[in-house]
Ligand binder design. Structure first.
Ligand code: ADP
Ligand code: MG
Length: 236
């Protein structure tokens, strides 16, 4: 079993209690190695977003175990005191809806996290600009987010999720609003990042354009994961 990356064992999540309780996750088991990008697929309401939120320490699982980068972070309870530090330093989120800060430029939306982590502003903005360029949205760097199209906003949100080079990236439908060429560009960037920085990446998706690119896929059905071999089609 890999010591690094992501390991999830027998994870469950129940919302509420008594008659109105909803068991969103029953028995989730996943392993993602450093440098690997896996797909997570399942029908609407199968628990995909709930799983990413548990793994990202946004909500608490009910039971089970999660290990990130060799450290057990949850074992029937959180094993870390500072969950906000865990979220900031270890996990890059790329959410479905791009939560960009409206009064900051596109560039500063992306540069904000490294600036908060103490990287000099100039260096943070340079890094942000490089990432915006690889996502083909550098010409919008000085614009307000609200001026951008949905697809442009999504690419900026992806840049923001990647900027700190976190060991774990969790992406929820990152390519949904993008055309085929740009969707595949996003997958290529995630794969490049994963290889270069030994990042473990989980991509939740319905997107038929990108599903053939995964070497391994986890399906969720009724709150239980099933591992499958994917096509692993090359994206170049
Ligand atoms: P997916 O992302 O696969 O569409 P979700 O993880 O959003 O699915 O939801 C899984 C199940 O958990 C659904 O039945 C949903 O209604 C339920 N659920 C999600 N969040 C909550 C919540 N905060 N309170 C109660 N039930 C929830
Ligand atoms: Mg969802």
């Amino acid at each position: 079993m890999s010591k690094q990356g992501i390991l999830i064992e027998h994870l469950s999540k129940r919302f509420g209690s008594g008659d109105t309780a909803v068991t969103a996750l029953k028995d989730i088991n996943m392993q993602v190695s450093p440098g690997e990008v896996v797909g997570l697929i399942g029908p609407s309401g199968s628990g995909k977003s709930t799983l990413l939120k548990c793994l990202g320490a946004v909500i608490s699982p009910t039971s089970g175990r999660m290990t990130l980068g060799g450290s057990v972070i949850f074992d029937n309870g959180w094993k870390m005191n500072d969950l906000s530090a865990l979220r900031r330093d270890k996990i890059g989120f790329v959410f479905q809806a791009p939560y960009l800060i409206p009064f900051l430029s596109v560039l500063d939306n992306v540069a904000l996290l490294p600036m908060l982590a103490g990287v000099p502003n100039r260096e943070a903005r340079e890094r942000a600009m490089n990432l915006l360029s690889s996502l083909d949205v550098q010409h919008r760097a000085q614009a307000e987010p609200v001026r951008l199209s949905g697809g442009e906003q999504q690419r900026v949100a992806i840049a923001r999720g990647l900027i700190n080079q976190p060991p774990v990236i969790l992406a929820d439908e990152p390519t949904a609003p993008l055309d085929s060429k740009r969707a595949l560009a996003v997958v290529r960037i995630l794969n490049d990042m994963a290889r270069q920085f030994e990042t473990a990446v989980i991509v939740v998706t319905h997107d038929e354009k990108i599903i053939p690119t995964f070497k391994r896929i986890y399906h969720i059905r009724d709150g239980v994961t099933h591992e499958e071999v994917g096509e692993g089609r090359h994206v170049g």
